[in-house]
Design a binder for this molecule. Structure first.
Ligand code: ATP
Length: 536
């Protein structure tokens, strides 16, 4: 599938618009249109229902080491600035960036791919001469190469930085195609903090600086004690949150994949350290299955375990759920969700603070004056098991997903084209969005075959009855084939047609979007039939 087709459908049918489009848009910000808002809500609601509100705490789930509890939270976007100092974001939440002096293009270092990245049709190779001339950028000769040619996409590049000593221009051209040409020199790589800064209060001074949260997780950690004290929950316990996060991404791109404002769906799962490895395995498998259950099955979805050298210093295991988005080169995948074993890093940081901003309490030696560089809360965030009387700092498993990336993956996966006869029997290309019925923005369309003989009246009554239960549309305009086509394009799983036979036997035609099978259903049974098909 070409990405352009999906982007155009999303705009034309009202799934996604560029933010502030009439003013030329704002890079990295997107608005969800009338259908997009329903789709994304369904993604979030499916997640909340499956993870939180529908969670059965009395039954041991398949693969789970024991029963467990799940509760939710909704925390603020702006939090006490100390939260971000202690979490590490203030010092370490940076991307490396370089600018090309000549083209003024900006590149961000892609940690996962291990290369400097800009747009998808370009590969940028950063080269440096001898390592010993580190202090002089000009002498270091950082260069960018524009490899916008058809061979470039087939090139597999593994090393992030290549020494120009080892690769001459001729070698570069022979390896990467004749159009490889040097377009300019690059500035020295520099760190760029991704947090958006703002000022709280009227004074407007630096000491009133605060940050828009770059993740929802910290709101959960700082409320861990509140949740324990205000409810009767016991560990193992998952606390979940859905909400906006903000990152001043250097190169927002690939539609909504890398946005500057986006929504996350995160769980912090607190458990006994001895059981944490088993819980990590449980969440890793369960979260992968959630995506396959909603239609992302097949080769395009993978669960990738991080290599030991990719792991954060505090993590003993991390796995990413990744999807082969169509805008990525063949064989590459983009992250939908990360499931990380975070040990007791977060709770201990919020208790004790950080002695060294570049390290964590587990690894750090005592600071010179013995005082933490970033003060923790000093509050006791340990847990006492009231049955065994044991007190411990819980370990945390964190499944962290992006609502916008999941929505984008569902959009990409849904897009299909096939050949179907039109009203006159001529074969036409049909675009059909094959959303999982649970995620589809509109569940059913009610269509009177013709605008006479009492058909619109029956159809409107059916519409009114169904509308109370689910999002449905009524459409009486244009030929029936064209109305079907429109519903296919927005992914409506079922069309209900009121026709001549309805007047005789009180049945309607139920047309299935994917199989195109048509069956007759009694008017009185329509609601239960559709609910049964949606919920399985
Ligand atoms: P990436 O490496 O792609 O920037 P990340 O590893 O920094 O992602 P996390 O910090 O683990 O991402 O955030 C958890 C989830 O939040 C991601 O798996 C993704 O679904 C979502 N997410 C993160 N950054 C963005 C963004 N800029 N736009 C949209 N979604 C995002």
């Amino acid at each position: 599938m070409e990405m352009e087709k999906l982007v155009s459908l999303c705009r034309r049918r009202g799934f996604l618009f560029q933010s502030s489009e009439i003013y030329g848009g704002l890079n990295g910000f997107w608005d969800y249109g009338p259908l997009g808002v329903e789709l994304k809500r369904n993604v979030k609601e499916a997640w909340w229902q499956d993870m939180v509100s529908g969670h059965d705490e009395l039954t041991q789930h398949e693969g789970a080491p024991s029963t467990f509890e799940m509760v939710g939270l909704d925390c603020t976007i702006i939090m006490h600035p100390q939260v971000w100092k202690v979490s590490g974001h203030y010092d370490l939440f940076c991307d490396q960036m370089v600018d090309c002096r000549e083209t003024k293009k900006r590149y961000r270092y892609d940690q996962v791919q291990g290369r400097w990245a800009e747009a998808k049709d370009k590969r940028v190779f950063v080269t440096s001469v001898a390592e010993e001339v580190e202090d002089d950028i000009a002498k270091r000769g950082l260069k960018c190469f524009n490899l916008r040619n058809k061979d470039a996409d087939q090139v597999k590049w593994d090393g992030p930085i290549v020494s120009l000593d080892k690769l001459s221009m001729e070698e570069l051209a022979s390896a990467y195609g004749p159009d490889a040409k040097e377009v300019g020199t690059l500035t020295e790589p520099r760190d760029f903090n991704l947090m958006f800064k703002t000022i709280v209060g009227a004074m407007g001074s630096e000491k009133d600086a605060a940050y828009l949260r770059p993740e929802t997780a910290q709101g959960i950690f700082v409320n861990f004690k509140n949740v324990l004290d205000s409810t009767r929950v016991r560990l193992p316990l998952g606390i979940a949150q859905i909400g906006k996060s903000f990152r001043n991404e250097i190169t927002p791109r690939n539609f909504t994949f890398r946005s500057r404002e986006f929504e996350q769906m995160e769980i912090e799962f607190f458990c006994h350290p001895n059981d944490s490895a088993k819980w990590y395995q449980y969440w890793r498998d369960r979260r992968f299955k959630w995506y396959t259950d909603h239609g992302l099955a097949g080769e395009r979805l993978i669960l990738r375990d991080h290599d030991p050298d990719e792991l954060s210093h505090y993590s003993t295991g991390t796995a990413d759920v990744e999807y082969a988005f169509p805008f990525l080169p063949e064989g590459e995948y983009g992250e939908l969700e990360g499931i990380a074993h975070r040990g007791d890093f977060d709770l201990r940081s919020h208790m004790e603070g950080k002695l060294d901003p570049n390290s964590c309490p587990l690894e750090v030696q005592k600071g010179e004056d013995g005082k933490p560089v970033h003060r923790g809360s000093g509050k006791d965030l340990t847990y006492r098991d009231d049955l065994t009387n044991e007190r411990y700092t819980p370990h945390v498993i964190e499944p962290s997903a992006g609502a916008d990336r999941a929505t984008l993956a569902f959009l990409c996966e849904a897009y299909h084209e096939d050949q179907q006869p039109d009203d006159k029997g001529k074969m036409q290309t049909r675009t059909v969005m094959r959303f999982h019925p649970r995620l589809a923005p509109i569940k059913a369309a009610i269509l009177p075959l013709v605008k006479k003989d009492g058909m619109p009246e029956i159809a409107r009554d059916l519409y009114r009855a169904l509308k109370k239960k689910m999002p449905v549309e009524y459409d009486e305009k244009s030929a029936i084939g064209r109305r079907y086509r429109r519903q296919d394009e927005i992914g409506t799983p079922y069309c209900l047609t009121v026709d001549g036979q309805t007047l005789e036997d009180q049945t309607v035609t139920l047309r299935d979007r994917d199989s195109l099978e048509q069956v007759r259903v009694k008017l009185d049974d329509v609601q239960s039939e559709i609910e049964q098909r949606i919920n399985g």
